[in-house]
Write a protein that binds this ligand. Sequence first.
Ligand SMILES: CC(C)(COP(=O)(O)OP(=O)(O)OC[C@H]1O[C@@H](n2cnc3c(N)ncnc32)[C@H](O)[C@@H]1OP(=O)(O)O)[C@@H](O)C(=O)NCCC(=O)NCCS
Length: 143
Amino acid sequence: MHIPAGARITLDVCAESFREAKRFFQRHYPTPAARAIVSSSWMFSPLLNQLLPADSNLVRFMRELYLYPTNSRSRSGPWFVFLQEQFDPATAPRKTRLQRAILDHLQAGNFWRDGGMFFMLDDLEHFGSQWYQKSAAWSCQTR
Ligand SMILES: CC(C)(COP(=O)(O)OP(=O)(O)OC[C@H]1O[C@@H](n2cnc3c(N)ncnc32)[C@H](O)[C@@H]1OP(=O)(O)O)[C@@H](O)C(=O)NCCC(=O)NCCS
């Protein structure tokens, strides 16, 4: 998965993008069949849940995904949030809620962690229902 900068990442936009990716791979790369959308990024950090409000696009998107930990652990912030060549918390921008929350988190002596995610293409019909958070449902139901 590639996440371009700029447009807001609403659930509708994500759902349509996932559906389009499924159609694209079915048409152009049918074998072996693509099974999942996968990514690892600052955008899937478990910290975002704590640092951003529940109604932010990033948090709402994460609730739709199967999240897993990755091994990053850093005293610097994520590059895509501050866009500084050399990260410096003293001069890093504090314009957005996310920037302020991450800087406060780091300045309190904590670490930054990236995270990983996948979404199974067979589960697309459930996108928007927080499918993987309802673990009892997805592990036991037949389609
Ligand atoms: C993906 C993206 C469009 C999501 O933005 P969004 O839809 O506004 O996300 P949210 O609704 O969750 O934002 C909540 C808050 O965090 C801020 N925020 C979100 N992404 C941010 C970013 N990359 N840098 C700085 N602030 C960011 C928003 O501005 C908002 O704060 P505000 O209300 O003070 O303006 C945005 O993060 C972005 O452009 N990222 C760059 C591309 C990228 O990182 N790709 C991944 C590479 S691995």
